[in-house]
Design a protein around this ligand. Sequence first.
Ligand code: ZN
Length: 243
Amino acid sequence: MQINNPLEKFGLKDVACAFSRRQDGNMSLCYGDTRGALENRKRFLSAIGIDYRGLICAKQVHGKAVTYVTESNKGSGALAYDSSISDTDGFLTDKKNVPVAVLTADCLSVFVYDPKRPAVGILHAGWRGTEKNICVEAIRLMQEKFGSRPDRLLVGFGPSIRVCCCKMENDFKSNFPFGLINRDGSLYLDIALINTRQLVACGVKEGNIFDPELCTFSGNKDFFSFRKEAQGAGRMISVIMLR
Ligand SMILES: [Zn+2]
């Protein structure tokens, strides 16, 4: 069965949560062919009970800032890219009916859910955000703001470029103590593994992290890939909302 809800296996009733595929169309109002993007969002989001006009999106910058949002932020980036929230790569909310989203093509999206509070989060973690520990930042904020216990959090990953295809320059230097693999004389980065390790180091249980292991590059017919398509690449949406 085709996975489009990375938290599905946890059987949640009070969360709407999904990532889109190429077949759902480009979801970006800024990158790729944007002409049908609003219609694409409307169709995709209405199927999971989300009004696309309330969506909260970011002007993502590959940083580690995570922003707490509420009803008052609804619609930021929903109808025009310029109204997106600046300088952030993730959102948290404990409010119902506040849909938060990130847009990706190769970068990893990370869905977080605290069933106790309840609260949700969505993160954009490419290698730069991963290097800056955006997952750790989000968990820290959830502890601080919501009293979340990491060992109770449920986490899901969206599609991303995987270690099979994520070739780096041979002089790629990073602070990653692991996740950089040497294969046939080339360096490959395992972004999902690094994020998993970061989350586990924060106290998230490995069994509470679901990784569908979908590669955007080798699965390019189903997913947008910036590496494969360069500037023309559209974006998938990863969205989560408490209901
Ligand atoms: Zn691949």
